[in-house]
Design a protein around this ligand. Structure first.
Ligand SMILES: C[S@@+](CC[C@H](N)C(=O)[O-])C[C@H]1O[C@@H](n2cnc3c(N)ncnc32)[C@H](O)[C@@H]1O
Length: 218
C-alpha cells in the first residue's frame, strides 16, 4: 500500500544500516557538500542528492499550484523549484519564509515571493496575511526546512490545506527532530496525514534525509 498511517512506519532507514565507520564519513560528507558546494545558479541548494531527485519526481506528479517553503537560506532551493516548474510549463506560486532577509539573493526576474518570518510568531503572521493562506490554490506543497517551532508551523498551516495536498518535514534523519515533529503529542502523528511511502522509499527504505516525513493530507 502506498499511503500509510505514520503509526505503521518505524524509524528505520537504509542509511542507518551502513557500518558505523562508513556512516559517519557518509553523513558528514553529504552535510558539508549540501551546505558549501551544492549550488543552483550560484545559490545554495541545500538538499542531499536523493531528496533533490525525489522533489523532481514529486513536482512532476503532484503539479503543485502553490509551494510554501519554510527556510529560504539564500533562495537556491526555491529558485531551483521555480526553474523546474517553468521547464515543465506549470504555473505555480512560490512563497518562501525565513527570519533572515540579509542572506536572500533571489534574482530580480524571479516571481518567488520572499516573506520575512520568525517561526515563533507564525500565528501573528497568519493573522496579518490571511489572504495569502486563504487563497492558496491546491495542489499545495509545503516544505518545512527551518527547524524552529515546527509543530506550531504545521498545526497553524494545516487548516488551510485540503485533501491531497503535501507536506514534507525535512531532516528527520535527526532522531530528535523526528521525535519532536512526528512522534510527540503535538506532532503530525495526531493530525490527518498519511506517509507517501512511494516517495519516502524511492531510493530504498527512507534513503534520504527525510524519514517517513513526506506526507499527503487525507
Ligand atoms: C536549512 S536552512 C534552509 C535551506 C533551504 N531550504 C535549502 O534547501 O536550500 C534553514 C533556514 O531556517 C532559517 N531559520 C532559522 N530560525 C528561524 C526562525 N526562527 N524563523 C524562521 N526561519 C528561521 C535560517 O535563517 C535558515 O536560512
Amino acid at each position: 500500500m502506498r499511503f500509510v498511517n505514520i503509526k505503521n512506519r518505524k524509524f528505520a532507514t537504509v542509511i542507518y544500516q551502513l557500518s558505523a565507520a562508513f556512516l559517519q564519513s557518509y553523513t558528514q560528507t553529504i552535510k558539508a557538500s549540501k551546505w558549501n558546494k551544492h549550488k543552483w545558479k550560484g545559490l545554495t541548494l541545500m538538499k542531499d542528492p536523493m531528496t533533490l531527485s525525489i522533489y523532481m519526481m514529486m513536482i512532476q506528479e503532484i503539479k503543485p499550484k502553490t509551494i510554501l517553503e519554510f527556510g529560504t537560506y539564500d533562495g537556491g532551493s526555491s529558485l531551483w523549484m521555480e526553474d523546474i516548474m517553468k521547464s515543465l510549463s506549470l504555473d505555480c506560486k512560490i512563497h518562501t519564509f525565513d527570519i533572515n532577509p540579509d542572506r536572500v539573493k533571489l534574482p530580480e526576474d524571479s516571481k518567488i515571493k520572499y516573506h520575512q518570518l520568525d517561526n515563533n510568531k507564525i500565528n501573528e503572521f497568519i493573522d496579518k496575511s490571511r489572504d495569502l493562506f486563504e487563497n492558496m490554490e491546491s495542489p499545495i506543497l509545503i516544505i518545512e526546512d527551518s527547524h524552529v517551532n515546527v509543530d506550531e508551523i504545521v498545526r497553524s498551516i494545516d487548516p488551510f490545506l485540503r485533501s491531497g495536498d503535501y507536506l514534507v518535514i525535512e531532516d528527520t534523519l535527526d532522531q530528535i527532530k523526528y521525535q519532536e515533529t512526528i512522534q510527540s503529542e503535538n506532532g503530525i502523528r495526531n493530525l490527518n496525514y498519511e506517509v507517501d511511502t512511494y516517495f519516502c522509499d524511492f531510493w530504498g527504505m527512507n534513503n534520504s534525509w527525510n524519514i517517513n516525513s513526506i506526507f499527503r493530507k487525507v
